[in-house]
Write a protein that binds this ligand. Structure first.
Ligand code: NAD
Length: 459
């Protein structure tokens, strides 16, 4: 796993080791050994499965496609995590993402472990027929390690409802007569998916931000204004005023986040920039987000990237290089593309005072430390982007029971869960000088450690 991940586990365990109220039965020598065991368990995945899918192309050639399913930890329940379709997928990345799933589920008390999958393809360079074959092959090659009670995949970058529908159909075929609705989440509603799943991650990302900047700050303004905590000072300096917003990535997560920010009645946002793999679009007066969502729906997910496309869609914006969005002079930056977007090379140019991680691991350790020391409020991935896995859990439950919730019920349960986590974490965050990421990691590691100890895994 990545060095950043290992060091975060170590820091969390160090903090818990010194807290004698945590697992008080563990004393002296036994305590030292148990914490060493925890480090060994959490910093290593349980299994890494790798296959080379054999894919006959439409032109008659056969290619081999590397693909992965990583099982990080299942102490809290069956493995759970998306399948990424991207040309840069590799074993280390998938392993790290599986680890983040373990922590995310522990943080939000979702009864799943952490897993992740990846297929090394650029989906835009394959025909629909070839993509269908890739999905079918993935299920055939990994059928022995997935299933409703073992490991439940979901969409991630480059995959969506269509791919989950195809994969579930293949799972059903191979496992004839067995329950199959809980084998994949993120399916279409017509195929046993949950109402509200497609929008869940983006809505959760925006809710996390809104809850902090509106609900929580207003309810705790008096305490926080007397606080010397650097993050409380930053947050209060942005409270109750119009905010300029930029959203990097305009796929499943980014487009819904941008739309939520555009529509929000609680905070006066102006979404001045959005970006995708091709370009950044900027308009100081605010972009027409619904028009951009409609455009991407009919353009294979891509934003307009030429003057002709902009004018034919009636959208007013300037087109800039895709990386420009990261260093713009804005108040809030939502990251909803890929990992390692804020790094050593651009950290000093970031101007946003609030960063919300819709993507997984978009900030490197160097950038994270640098920005946190400056007092930038970073809402970390495992806190902000858990909406997808929370509603995946609801989809899995509905599939098992074949009883389906209304969209409102799903939304209310999503918000209640995220609010509960925020209410647990935020007082700690504003009460001590640690960045929010560290608070969240400590909380997750605490839950995992307790369960591992109770399950007798530390001896
Ligand atoms: P997606 O494939 O739907 O969208 C990805 C977006 O990022 C696209 O707009 C693409 O053009 C853009 N992009 C790709 N490379 C880029 C680059 N170099 N610079 C700028 N933009 C770039 O993927 P998604 O499902 O929206 O996932 C986005 C992130 O959110 C990923 O990190 C994913 O792991 C994370 N996430 C997704 C979910 C979910 O439910 N889909 C849940 C939790 C976390």
């Amino acid at each position: 796993m990545e060095e950043q991940t290992r060091s975060i586990i170590q820091q969390s365990l160090d903090a818990l080791m010194d807290n004698k109220l945590f697992l008080p039965d563990l004393k002296e020598d036994m305590r030292v050994k148990a914490f060493k065991s925890l480090n060994a368990i959490l910093s290593t995945p349980n299994q890494i499965h790798k296959s080379f899918l054999r894919l006959p192309l439409e032109n008659g050639e056969v290619v081999r496609i590397p693909s992965y399913r990583v099982h990080h930890n299942d102490a809290l329940g069956p493995y759970k995590g998306g399948i990424r379709f991207h040309e840069s997928v590799n074993e280390e990345e998938v392993t790290n993402l599986a680890f983040l799933m373990t922590l995310k589920n522990a943080l939000h008390n979702v009864p799943f472990g952490g897993g992740k999958g990846g297929i090394v393809v650029d989906p835009k360079s394959f025909s629909d027929k070839e993509l269908h074959r890739i999905c079918v092959k993935y299920v055939r090659y990994f059928n022995h390690v997935i299933g409703p009670d073992k490991d439940i995949p979901a969409p991630d970058v480059g995959s969506g409802e269509r791919e989950m529908d195809w994969m579930m159909a293949e799972y059903k075929k191979i496992n004839h007569g067995k329950p199959y609705l809980g084998s994949f989440t993120g399916k279409s509603v017509a195929n046993g998916g949950s109402l509200g799943r497609r929008e869940a991650t983006g809505k959760g990302v925006y809710f996390t931000f809104r809850y902090l900047m509106h609900d929580y700050l207003n309810a705790n303004a008096n305490n926080l204004s007397a606080s010397t905590n650097p993050f409380a000072k930053t947050a209060l300096s942005y409270a109750n005023r119009p905010l300029t917003v930029a959203v990097q990535g305009f796929g499943n997560v980014g487009s819904v986040t941008a739309l939520e920010a555009y529509k929000c009645d609680y905070i006066k946002n102006k979404v001045v920039a959005v970006s995708d793999r091709n370009a950044t679009l900027y308009n100081a007066e605010g972009l027409d987000i619904p028009a951009l969502v409609a455009f991407t729906a009919s353009n294979r997910g891509d934003l307009p990237s030429t003057e002709e496309q902009l004018s034919s869609a009636g959208i007013i914006a300037t087109i800039q290089p895709r990386e420009d969005i990261l260093t713009m002079d804005i108040d809030v930056l939502f990251l909803a593309a890929l990992e390692n977007q804020l790094h050593d090379g651009n950290k000093a140019d970031i101007k946003a005072g609030i960063i919300v991680e819709g993507a997984n691991a978009p900030t490197t350790e160097e950038a994270d430390n640098y920005l946190s020391q400056k007092g930038v409020v970073i809402l970390p991935d495992i806190l902000a982007n858990a909406g997808g896995v929370i509603v995946s859990y609801l989809e899995w439950l509905q599939g098992r029971e074949t009883q389906f919730f209304s969209e409102e019920e799903v939304h209310n349960q999503l918000i209640a869960k995220m609010k509960h986590t925020m209410d647990t974490i935020l007082p700690q965050y504003f009460g001590d000088p640690f960045p929010l990421r560290q608070n969240c990691f400590i909380h997750s590691v605490m839950r995992l450690s307790t369960v591992l100890y109770r399950q007798g895994k530390l001896y």
